[in-house]
Design a protein around this ligand. Structure first.
Ligand code: ZN
Length: 274
């Protein structure tokens, strides 16, 4: 499942391809993605120029010259690829933008076998409900330990599932939460609201450092994630705890343990995390 670093890499791959491109047509498949396609997408997109390719949490935000925004979420298995006009359609191709940029006609195709992804549309001056409810982006420099402490204040649920809640912090997924808690030396079952001010600071520093390292490594490739150019990320080679059950901790000699919290696997070291 793509997390923030993977989505950021997709964004960086799409940006030079899309900025300045004019949308000359769209195609949607007969089956819907996680949500129905927005009504009237054709009229709202065709003829528009793409000005920006941004990201908010795990959403790609494609900004148009009208001020409207085309939203894309990759779900579990979503990928984008650039194709030539008339290229053979592949299974699970669901949404296509036909584009023209610098006299070059091409297509951007969204493929998603499991269809947990979505395409949305935000009219200029409006806020999409998906985006409105998101917590702060941990990569913003304004995100600090004291802000995290305020968000998690007195929450009794464990810190691990609390950090996965997109209303608390947006864009964090299972991999990077496990890795950040390990580096911060914080046990995943501690109550979310019960860390010391210093621990919140340390945790935020590690969250940001890990996300930046993972972005630089091209993200983590587990099953389906590919960057926009079809290549894989390499951060999975640097996991300290994630998916390493029974292997030696990189810090001490103990074995990495796996447990289930809120239906998700947590990987951690019982010696290094307190
Ligand atoms: Zn250890």
């Amino acid at each position: 499942m793509p997390e923030l670093p993977e989505v950021e890499n997709v964004r960086r791959g799409l940006q030079p391809m899309l900025e300045g491109a004019v949308i000359t047509g769209i195609r949607t498949s007969a089956v819907q993605l996680r949500f129905p396609y927005p009504a009237g997408l054709d009229e709202r997109l065709v003829g528009r120029t793409i000005n920006t390719v941004g990201r908010q949490a795990k959403y790609l935000t494609i900004g148009l010259d009208t001020g409207d925004i085309l939203l894309a979420h990759l779900g579990m298995t979503g990928t984008f690829r650039k194709a030539s006009i008339g290229d053979r359609v592949r299974g699970h191709d669901h949404f296509t933008l036909v584009l023209n940029r610098h006299d070059d006609d091409f297509e951007l195709i969204y493929n998603d076998p499991r269809r947990f992804g979505s395409i949305g549309f935000v009219s200029a001056g409006h806020e999409h409900p998906f985006l409105r409810d998101l917590g702060p982006d941990p990569l913003l420099s304004s995100f600090t330990g004291s802000e995290l402490a305020t968000i998690l204040d007195r929450r009794r649920i464990a810190i691990k599932p609390a950090l996965l809640d997109q209303h608390a912090v947006s864009g964090l997924g299972n991999i990077y939460v496990c890795e950040a808690l390990f580096r911060a030396g914080i046990h995943p079952t501690r109550p979310a609201g019960g860390l010391s001010p210093h621990e919140y600071d340390v945790l935020v520093d590690h969250i940001r450092a890990i996300l930046n390292e993972a972005i630089d490594a091209g993200g983590s490739t587990l099953k389906d994630y590919r960057k926009a150019d079809g290549t894989s990320g390499s951060f999975q080679d640097r996991f300290a705890v994630f998916d390493r059950e029974g292997k030696s901790c990189r810090n001490c000699d103990d074995k990495i343990v796996r447990m289930t919290q809120a239906g998700r696997s947590t990987f951690f070291c019982e010696t290094c995390q307190r």
